[in-house]
Design a protein around this ligand. Structure first.
Ligand code: CUA
Length: 320
């Protein structure tokens, strides 16, 4: 998965990477010049053989050095100013680029301890839906992300696509991303937010606009109804347990809002915010004892009779 600020695959990230190289180039040049002067000074002092200069000679030398010192200070100030201006221009270009282009897709990104809630917005209510931890976007289109937090400060960072932006409780901030190449990109919460901060990953799937529309249409549909006896029993286990206090499955009575929406759980590649592959084994282990896998997570352990667990897994895995 792509995950490097020096390997940009987005319009905004490319501008940031360019700025990075400018800064790196200037810093290396300054370092080498400084080192050069230092070596020159060492070489001169080691040449030695010179008698200790008297006060008058020292004053004369200081007067001679003054223009060089002043020049050095001026050059330093000018360099820092130039970097500041460059930084400001890039920031403005990114902000203006986001404001100028009408967003093809609008997504609300809400940080939770420790997962990402993703609400796809649309003027048509029937096309709105909620998913978690895996962000699908169409390549070559501006996607507007509105960032906020449900609890503490988190930070959205997909280095190959854009710079960091904090998710702050009580605030809504917007950023625009535009991915230039299909692929999977890794995002990561970049602000320490508690015990499982390191396991708050976000996967960005950048796909062609056609594939995106297909995915989007499927996600907006209510959950698939049970097709087999085991799936039906699994649904009954789910709806009859405390799962529905926190999770939602659209098309059923489960409408909890504090944990990931499971309507199309089986269409996601990972569970637990990018921590584990979405396989039957991991899902089963997660349901039975999530604390063992991700200590501190809000989900409690669920001790189920083996038959019920099997049926529940059948049902959850049918939610494509
Ligand atoms: Cu959320 Cu760190």
């Amino acid at each position: 998965m792509r995950h490097s600020a020096l390997d940009p695959f987005g319009v905004q990230a490319a501008q940031i990477t360019e700025l990075w190289w400018v800064y790196a180039g200037v810093c290396v040049a300054v370092y080498l010049v400084t080192l050069g002067f230092l070596l020159f000074a060492l070489w001169r002092s080691r040449r030695g053989g010179e008698a200790q200069p008297d006060a008058e000679e020292l004053a004369r030398r200081n007067r001679r050095a003054a223009p060089f010192v002043l020049g050095g200070v001026a050059l330093t100030v000018a360099t820092l100013l130039a970097l500041l201006v460059q930084d400001f221009l890039v920031g403005r270009a990114i902000a203006r680029g986001g404001a100028e282009r009408a967003a093809a897709v609008r997504i609300e990104v809400i940080g939770h301890q420790w997962w990402w809630e993703l609400r796809y917005d649309d003027p048509l209510p029937s096309r709105r839906f909620t998913t978690a931890n895996e962000l699908h976007v169409p390549v070559g289109h501006a996607v507007e992300l509105t960032l906020s937090s449900h609890d503490v400060i988190h930070s959205f960072w997909a280095p190959s696509l854009h710079g960091k932006m904090d998710l702050i409780p009580g605030y809504r901030r917007a950023m625009t991303i535009e991915v230039s190449e299909p692929g999977r990109y890794l995002g990561q919460c970049a602000e320490f937010c508690g015990h499982q901060h390191a396991n708050m990953k976000l996967i960005v799937h950048a796909v062609s606009p056609q594939d995106f529309e297909r995915w989007r249409a499927r996600q907006a549909e209510p959950a698939r109804s049970p097709q087999t006896a085991a799936q039906l029993r699994g649904q009954q286990v789910f709806l009859g347990s405390s799962c529905i206090m926190c999770h939602a499955i659209d098309g059923t009575v489960a409408a909890g809002q504090v944990a990931p929406n499971l309507t199309h759980l089986a269409s996601r590649t990972t569970i637990a915010a990018g921590m584990l592959p979405n396989t039957r084994g991991h899902l089963g282990g997660w349901i039975v004892n999530p604390q063992a896998l991700k200590p501190g997570v809000n989900m409690p352990a669920n001790v189920l009779p083996p038959g019920d667990l099997h049926a529940l897994l059948e049902y959850l895995q049918s939610l494509r």
